[in-house]
Design a protein around this ligand. Structure first.
Ligand code: ADP
Length: 880
């Protein structure tokens, strides 16, 4: 290759390359171009290289102008890359379509083109004329068969370029093309290096932190302005796209970008941009962003204005994909710097996107793991605290304290539904003044904020600000406003689908309830709901156990009758009072246990709550074959009717005794008193003979004796009651005693009645108080005579076996009905208290007899048949 004729400039040694080491003096002829370009090849950046070349070319060819145009990569146009002495007319902006004008023709024909007289030529750029050029010589710059540009020189004065000039310019052109090729290759290599370095930095950055928000912000600072002017990372959050990293090369641009993101967030369904890229996983490259594209993508005029403010000229959107999933999109754009994104940039961006996605996923996984661990620890703590909580109140306390602290709330409360489901009871509260807690202790469901909505529909409330609270629960707006809280969270407490209450948390600040926070409260609430239910069951069990203990110890009989009429519960007192065991009673109809229940139950009052019924009507019921007077009252419960009863039999008997005593005593005392009074009056007022007077006095004496006996009986009965009667046991002959009694009583027998002793004659030594025994036998014989108004035989039999002496008094009188036989031994009890049969008596004889016989360690019994007679038996131990 030849050197270029020198112009006084000396070449400078290149920093690299073998062909550039030589420094040669410029020589004329074919060698000229070599010097120019060889030296210039040392310049690696194309711009300065071309600028430097221009002067040398002008001098070498003695031209007035020199222009180097380069072809666009797509070979459609030429643009001026270096211009000498033509600067005023030609700017960077000049574009020449290939095939058009002078330079375009050189590029299209790939041949040197000479114009000797511009005036004669047609279809040349007017700028050439404007510069006043007359002659032109242009050669194509070819590299590997492609036209990479055009080099032309011009002369103001007419000039005929010679073949030698053409050859020289072609030679220079070849060198320039080569230099361009090298420079471009170098540029490409440098950019590849830059990319690699950038990627290395990105990798380092992405692996340096597990906080992806922080990482994405730093990635933005790395990408802007090296890669782009505008940077935006969008992440998928459920169904939404949320901005996660944002950067811009100038403050106004950043402002516009932030506003754009805030007001017009990307959506998954949009036809272009982040939404589409996330949806399809396919990247987007817009080498040039045209006005029409902006207008088509804008949602309204303001959107369009914002997009225009960003002034994006070229853009790339790539997916953030990892393991087949797209986590979001990375968008890059360049502004008016003139750069254009190409395939290399897209590849780089895709690579960055993949690396960023991995880092984001790591961060998310780490965060999820961390949250899960924190949650597990929290729940473990709650479990421990719940272990010590026994009552519902304790559990609610744990729930509200843990909820408040885990979510950073200012206050919180837990309320449980009352049994009727219409009222809430606040069982735990934290962070409220005590008077407020007191005021809201029991409130109807409709008055508690959110309760209706949450308890009826099971909806949770996650309201991030006071405005949201007021919008959802307008009726609580004034009260909520007064409290001065912002955010509010309310969730139901439920177990097995049954809602039993709610927990509410109040926050002083606006609060975002992201998924993690919600999960924590829901987990604690779920755990506590279980514990609340457990505590409720335990309470109920304890209550039942208590109730059972109480029922086991009350004196009143208590039983429960189910809706089917069968006994479901029978307490120990009921067992005791009726003699019927609970296991026998339970499951059977009441009527089978208490005779006459059906008739009696009509008289039993049943209330709807305890105490509503009166103290209980005494009704006669047959218990184990015996009539008993029971005072029964009932209370209806959801599970049937609970009856309580007490046995009034003895009270009734006492009452009856009192009545009997009054009627008997008044009769018994009045009769002899009347007789004494009558006889006394007769003695005073009437003239009586001796015999009549004696008869009167005799009557007075007899009646007084009778009065005395009655009074003595009364005294004795009373002393027996008080246990003041002492018996002195000794040995006596039972047969002799029987004879004595019969002879005493036998002296005054009514007509038609006989009285005799039955015995085999031998003496029977009996252990007794002889005076008391005589009194007993006399009373029995007396009764036998008294209650045999139609006469008959009365016998007093005496016999003995190995152990006892037996006295049997038999009569053929009126007899005693079976139902009364036990009662005749009661005090004042008389079968015929009204004395319809005219037989008097105190009703004390048999009572006194029984009590005396008992005190002598014996027993007394009766057998009788009405109308046929009676048989009284007294047994006493034999004397030893
Ligand atoms: P009273 O003073 O009435 O005889 P008692 O205690 O001796 O009192 O007897 C109580 C009641 O028992 C009598 O009122 C009578 O109705 C009945 N009674 C006692 N003995 C006989 C008998 N042998 N035959 C029929 N009834 C009798």
């Amino acid at each position: 290759m030849a050197g270029v004729e020198g112009d006084g400039h000396s070449g400078t040694a290149g920093a690299a390359g073998t062909a550039t080491d030589r420094v040669e003096r410029p020589k004329p002829g074919r060698d000229r171009p070599r010097v120019v370009t060889e030296e210039s090849l040392a310049e690696l950046a194309l711009g300065p290289l071309l600028d430097d070349l221009l002067a040398r070319i002008r001098d070498a060819l003695n031209a007035d102008t020199v222009v180097i145009l380069l072809a666009e990569p797509d070979q459609s146009e030429l643009y001026a890359a270096a211009v000498l002495d033509f600067e005023e007319e030609i700017s960077e902006r000049v574009r020449v379509p290939i095939g058009k004008g002078f330079a375009g023709r050189v590029a299209a024909t790939r041949q040197p083109v000479v114009i000797e007289d511009l005036e004669q030529a047609d279809a040349v750029n007017h700028l050439l004329r404007k510069r006043g050029l007359t002659s032109l010589l242009g050669v194509p710059l070819c590299l590997d068969g492609d036209v990479v540009g055009v080099l032309h020189v011009g002369s103001v004065s007419p000039r005929a370029f010679e073949p030698a000039d053409i050859e020289v310019l072609e030679g220079i052109g070849e060198r320039i093309a080569l230099a361009i090729g090298r420079a471009r290759a170098h540029q490409a290599e440098r950019r590849a290096h830059e990319r690699l370095a950038f990627l290395a930095e990105v990798s380092h950055l992405l692996s340096s932190s597990l906080d992806h928000e922080e990482t994405l912000a730093r990635l933005g600072r790395l990408a802007v302005p090296r890669l782009a002017d505008c940077y935006l990372v969008t992440l998928v959050d459920g169904e939404r796209l949320v901005p996660a990293g944002i950067a811009h090369s100038d403050p106004q641009g950043l402002e516009a970008l932030e506003e754009l993101v805030r007001r017009y967030p990307s959506a998954l369904d949009e036809p272009r941009g982040a939404g589409r890229v996330v949806r399809t996983g396919e990247p987007e490259l817009a080498a040039a962003v045209h006005e029409e594209t902006l207008a088509a993508g804008a949602r309204d005029d303001e959107h369009l204005a914002l997009l225009r403010r960003l002034d994006m000229r070229s853009s790339i959107v790539v997916p953030l994909g990892v393991a087949g999933r797209t986590l979001g999109a990375l968008a890059l754009a360049v502004g008016p710097s003139g750069r254009t994104f190409g395939a290399d940039d897209l590849r780089l961006a895709e690579d960055v996107g993949r690396r960023a996605a991995t880092a984001i996923e790591n961060s998310l996984l780490h965060r999820a793991e961390h949250e899960a661990r924190t949650r597990a620890e929290l729940l473990q703590g709650v479990t421990e605290r719940l272990a010590g909580a026994r009552t519902q109140r304790d559990v609610a306390g744990v729930l509200v304290r843990e909820g408040v602290s885990a979510l950073g709330a200012a206050a919180g409360w837990v309320a449980l539904l009352g049994p009727d489901g219409r009222e809430l009871e606040m069982v735990a509260a934290v962070g409220y003044p005590s008077d407020v807690v007191e005021e809201y202790r029991n409130i109807p469901v409709e008055d508690a904020i959110g309760a209706q909505d949450i308890l009826v529909h099971g909806r949770q409330a996650w309201l991030e600000s006071a405005e949201e609270v007021v919008a959802r629960f307008p009726q609580h707006a004034p009260a909520y406003g007064r409290m001065g809280y912002e955010a509010l969270a309310i969730v139901p407490l439920e177990v097995g689908g049954v809602r039993m209450g709610l927990v509410a948390l109040n926050f002083r600040e606006r609060t975002t309830f992201e998924e993690g926070k919600r999960a924590v409260l829901l987990a604690v609430t779920g755990q506590c709901s279980q514990a609340l239910e457990r505590a409720r069951l335990l309470d109920a069990l304890a209550e039942r156990a208590n109730a059972a203990v109480v029922l086991a110890h009350v004196d009143d009989g208590v039983f429960q009758v189910g809706a089917d009429g069968a006994v479901r519960y029978w307490n120990p007192a009921a067992e005791h009072l009726t003699g019927i065991a609970a296991r026998t009673a339970v499951g059977r109809p009441v009527g089978e246990l208490l005779g006459g229940w059906e008739e009696a139950s009509a008289a039993i009052e049943v209330g709807t709550r305890p105490g509503a019924a009166s103290s209980g009507e005494a009704v006669p019921l047959v218990v184990a074959g015996e009539e008993r007077w029971l005072a029964v009252s009932g209370v209806r419960t959801p599970d049937g009717t609970v009856y309580a009863f007490r046995d009034l039999t003895s009270e009734r008997a006492l009452e009856r005794t009192r009545r009997d005593f009054l009627s008997t005593a008044s009769h018994e005392l009045r009769t002899p008193l009347g007789a004494v009074y009558g006889a006394s009056l007769t003695l005073v007022h009437r003239e009586l003979d001796e015999e009549q007077r004696d008869a009167m006095l005799d009557l007075i004496v007899r009646e007084c004796e009778r009065l005395t006996r009655i009074v003595e009986d009364l005294l004795l009965a009373n002393n027996l009651d008080l246990d003041h009667v002492h018996v002195a046991l000794t040995s006596a002959d039972a047969v002799a005693l029987a004879h004595e009694v019969v002879s005493v009583r036998g002296s005054t027998l009514p007509e038609g009645l006989t009285l005799a002793v039955d015995s085999n004659g031998g003496a029977i030594e009996v252990a007794c108080d002889p005076e008391r025994l005589r009194q007993v036998l006399l009373n029995l014989v007396d009764n036998a005579v008294k209650y045999s108004p139609d006469g008959g035989r009365v016998r007093l039999a005496v016999a003995a076996d190995d152990l006892v002496a037996r006295f049997v008094v038999t009569d053929e009188g009126i007899g005693i009905p079976a139902g009364e036989q036990r009662r005749i031994f009661e005090k004042f009890y008389r079968l015929d208290p009204e004395l319809r049969r005219g037989v008097g008596g105190s009703g004390l004889g048999l009572y006194i007899s029984r009590e005396l016989v008992r005190r002598m360690d014996g027993r007394i019994a009766v057998e009788s048949e009405p109308g046929r007679g009676s048989r009284f038996v007294v047994e006493l131990p034999l004397a030893r």
